[in-house]
Design a protein around this ligand. Structure first.
Ligand code: DGJ
Length: 569
């Protein structure tokens, strides 16, 4: 018995006990301490703080500066070997990577997790976290990642069918045997993660299935699906719709209202006859299946889970796009069908990024962008700044960063480096009025609207311009668009102090609500953050801020500025 402990119990804590009792207390305390240490920090979880839902990892808020590996990269440890350092050099802190059912369960019931383990080992080595994408029953509608023994046995693992009875390479969501078999593999994966990663939390989130939805028709027409379609709409769905009647997506509400808010009737009697009802049915069937997979996985190891959606090109009908995926007009169906899924997330590949992104903003939908691309790295980065500031996004993830050109990787590295430095400020400001985003709207055809924008921070107005005055020497009159991408976040750090991070704009300042007053620039410093502490680099004045008239956020690079303003009458 350490004398100090015995003395502590007897005197300092005022306890009277003999040495044997004190041994028991010591042993019990040691047990408690050891169990707490073994349990480690809290599991990754979504947590609502100061008006924003954020992802907490090891008990602290965490911002995913992600990248999603190309589909086949993670199937080869050799292929990935030179990729890992590149990902780390781009300042990714999180890698989204598929894990493949066909590799995990090559023989029925015999699990081989080597392809998962090597990802976790390398992620730890390169100091990044992982989000695992379960390429299980469905990947982009199809069932190409199911093991061979599933592919080869359509009797046991039935496929969806077209309306003229043709089989599709898509597992039917109406088959219990498909569901049970997927769940068995997915829960084996989750159990394995719990066993090998339950205290380290290298894996922080899971995506069950991938871009679910039916193609080329709006729903499965197999016999089982037709029977379910003719049966009453499940009460689980109509109860949800009844409870959320006032906030339903307009198309769902109108269809249901048009049929007298019916319950206990078939799909067509409840919502009408046509392709839109076929889509609702498919959303329900595949949402229910995916939700059951997610719930079974969470019962074993409760990591946050999200599903991703393939979005709709203009003019396309259900079946021409993956019908029934987690799309904005189907949110209610997915929420009712899959309560274990925490987030419905858009894969944002269209130029009108902000327009589509905004359609996923709902009070019950924490915000995550799992995939984005098909624009250059600067535009993509400008979208990231906007999403973190405007949507309180928990993460952002360009698709296949390993295939970006060296120059594009450099751009992403620079912009992510700035975001990495800004992370503590972003996390503290999300959900409040202290953070704002700037990004010119872009249409589907790629046209940008470079009209100036005005932001308000208390008594200050910020006029943001994306065009430069015409060069005097040319005699031209038209303003000239600044080159490159335009995007930034502004975070208010004091009554008169702001941090601006981004690219490609000019900001001028005014006051609002204070009659006849003028806002002036006290100082502008370009700088950087080291472990959250500001390091000023250059004091910008003279030509660099147009003799005190404006803040220049240069095009072609991502930078951080600390701006102090003042106002006077
Ligand atoms: C969306 C899918 O979810 C990804 O797995 C990948 O196939 C990309 N499309 C490719 O653009």
């Amino acid at each position: 018995m350490p004398p100090f402990f015995y003395a502590l119990c007897r005197y300092d804590l005022g306890l009277t006990m003999n040495r044997t009792q004190a041994w028991w207390v010591l042993a019990f305390s040691a047990f408690l301490f050891a169990s707490a240490a073994a349990a480690g920090p809290a599991l990754p979880q979504l947590h609502s703080s100061h008006g924003a839902v954020q992802l907490y990892v090891d008990g602290r808020p965490y911002l995913i500066l992600g990248g999603e590996l190309d589909n086949s990269s993670a199937s080869s440890a050799g292929f990935m070997q030179p990729v890992w350092p590149k990902l780390a050099a781009m300042h990714l802190n999180t890698v989204l990577t598929p894990v493949y059912w066909e590799l995990i369960e090559p023989q029925e019931g015999k699990f081989d997790f080597r392809s998962v383990d090597v990802l976790i080992t390398n992620a730890r080595k390169h100091n990044v976290r992982l989000v695992l994408l379960w390429f299980g029953s469905w990947k982009n509608s199809m069932s190409s990642y199911v093991p061979a023994w599933v592919k080869r046995d359509p009797q046991r693992f039935p496929r969806a069918q077209t309306s003229d009875g043709k089989g599709l390479e898509i597992l039917s969501a109406l088959s219990e045997s498909n569901l049970r078999t997927d769940i068995r593999a997915f829960t084996a994966l989750m159990k394995h993660l719990r066993d090998i990663d339950g205290t380290k939390h290298t894996v922080i989130m899971i995506q069950p299935e991938n871009e679910v939805g039916m193609i080329p028709e709006a729903r499965d027409h197999s016999a089982a699906a037709n029977a379910a379609f003719a049966a009453p709409v499940p009460a689980q769905l109509t109860d949800y719709l009844t409870q959320h009647k006032d906030s339903l997506a307009p198309s769902v509400r109108e269809a249901w209202q048009g049929h007298g808010f019916k319950t206990g009737a078939s799909w067509e009697e409840t919502f009408g006859d046509g392709i839109a009802t076929d889509e609702l049915f498919n959303a329900w069937s595949e949402g229910l299946y995916t939700g059951k997979v997610a719930a079974a996985g969470k019962a074993v190891y409760p990591l946050p889970m999200y599903v991703n959606a393939a979005l709709i090109r203009p003019g396309k009908q259900p079946g021409q796009y993956p019908s029934g995926g987690p799309l904005p007009h189907l949110f209610d169906i997915w929420r009712a069908a899959a309560p274990a899924v925490d987030m419905l997330s858009p894969d944002l590949y269209f130029p009108n990024f902000a327009e589509w992104a905004s359609r996923y903003v709902r009070p019950d939908n924490p915000y995550f962008i799992p995939e984005t691309g098909r624009v250059n790295a600067a535009e993509m980065s400008a979208n990231a700044y906007w999403a973190f500031a405007k949507l309180n996004a928990i993460g952002f993830s360009p698709y296949s960063p390993e295939y970006l050109s060296a120059d594009e990787q450099k751009v992403l590295a620079e912009s992510y480096d700035v975001l990495r430095q800004m992370t503590p400020l972003i996390l503290a400001a999300q959900g409040s009025e202290k953070i704002a985003a700037i990004r010119p709207p872009v249409a589907f055809d790629g046209t940008q609207d470079l009209t100036a924008q005005t932001l308000t921070f208390g008594n200050y107005l910020f006029d943001v311009h994306f065009k430069l005055p015409p060069p005097v020497s040319t005699g031209a009159r038209e303003e000239v668009p600044m080159p490159g991408a335009h995007g930034a976040m502004i975070i208010q750090t004091g009554a008169d102090e702001f941090v601006v991070a981004g690219t490609g704009m000019i900001v001028m300042f005014r006051t609002s609500g204070i009659a006849d007053s003028i806002a002036g620039i006290e100082s502008v410093w370009e700088g950087h953050y080291v472990k959250g502490a500001w390091v000023p680099d250059r004091c910008l004045n003279g030509d660099e801020n147009n003799q005190g008239r404006q803040l220049n956020v240069p095009a072609g690079k991502f930078s951080i500025f600390r701006v102090r303003l003042y106002h006077y009458h």
